[in-house]
Design a protein around this ligand. Sequence first.
Ligand SMILES: *Cc1c(COP(=O)(O)O)cnc(C)c1O
Length: 389
Amino acid sequence: MSPAFTHLPDNLELLSAEGLYRSRRVIDSPQGINLQIDGRALVNFCSNDYLGLANHPDVVWAFKTASDRYGVGSGSAHLVCGHSTAHHALEEELAAFTGRDRALLFSTGYMANLGVMSALLGRRDSVFEDRLNHASLLDGGLLSGARFKRYAHVDVENLALHLKKATGNKLIVTDGVFSMDGTFAPLQALSKVAKINQAWLMVDDAHGLGVMGEQGGGLLEYFGLNQNDVPVLIGTLGKGFGTFGAFVAGSDELIESVIQKARTYIYTTALPAAIAEATRASLKIIISENWRRDKLQKLTDYFRQRAGQIGLQLSPSTSPIQPIIIGESQHAVDISNALLQAGILVSAIRPPTVPKNSARLRVTFSSLHEEYQIDQLLDALEKAMLQRK
Ligand SMILES: *Cc1c(COP(=O)(O)O)cnc(C)c1O
């Protein structure tokens, strides 16, 4: 018998040669704009903790007091005996926050997307996805068994052509704020084309909720769209909310159907009740502290203005996700390493997370950053990019 999996070392070497090898950094401090790595202090520009809530004292306090009350583990799935008062209260508050009939918690956004799409779609149905959708949405579509079409990025006309030919129930699926680009999906046009074609629109607003919209209601608030316009809304809690978990929000029938049928809901342990209590605390801050969103916008504008002055190629994004497209993977890694030497953490995002030859530095802002730190980032970037030329 010959040994199995002998190709693994070669595969790893190949990844390394192509600048695609991924490795983790060990963080020694709480999440925030200042991180401790290998005994060094770094300014963090790659977190999704946009509002600075992951280590907010009110959120931490809520977590601590709730773990005194509920302990740590939730003990089982929601449908067995793991659904606590804390989970239930958070679901009701998320429904009110998003202006929907109901909301349902999932343990992660990845699982929410797989579960919701599998609950809604079967082999006779059709799913349409933006080419640049998050991996969990693409995987959800494939796993559902429905006929699967990717349409050109934000191209509503291209989508309309596909919709005309489709059969069965039709579900259009898109990121709200595109996670690696920071740009917005054309939700008003998508909602219109969905209605004309008797399709449903599902929006995953992982990077918009809490961050965009006057009240933090995300891209749907920004565009003035309701449950009728976008029947399925996915939100994640590990980004703007600063905690962990995810939810789907929509009509009573949608939520009941997901409870009955979503395998990633039924066959998994509920997230800890203390996490739900921490999330309730962060939701209060999201609703009441507009200054965090105002500050983010100010920082983003400042970065774009200053970056323009030094001739940096900017993306069209107006959100706190500001990618700097480099192209070649190894080049992006080299610049990221040079920034690290200068005390700044920005990770290089490479294929297959982004399309080939579009490796990038994904710069993100937190409402806790200050303008002088953006100056530091830009100075270091300018030096790093000159060195590579
Ligand atoms: C991060 C992300 C997810 C996954 O959410 P997790 O809670 O981290 O699993 C899903 N969709 C989008 C668009 C994301 O950016």
